[in-house]
Design a protein around this ligand. Sequence first.
Ligand code: ZN
Length: 103
Amino acid sequence: MTLRAIVYTDRAQHRADQKPGSIWFTDPGDGAVCGMWFWCPCGCGMQSRVTVGVEHKPNLSGPTWNWNGSTEAPTLKPSLNVVKNHVCPGWHGWLTDGYWSAC
Ligand SMILES: [Zn+2]
């Protein structure tokens, strides 16, 4: 199963639409590190945030991901794991070239 990851530029619109797999990036600024907000690709309606670095994996205390810096065809490494909770049955997979694919 693959799902197109639509990247929003408008945070309020991203929040309002709640489209599964859609993404909004915070401004990376000079440090080239930012947050990626996304609605769970599984369609459970949960929103999550991960810390990403532009073309590098930030060396921080928490988990981080390497983002290719593209908003048209974003790729994140390594894979993402949305842990099972009271909202989400759990989702694990990859974001590659603008598409989510479950493992
Ligand atoms: Zn989910």
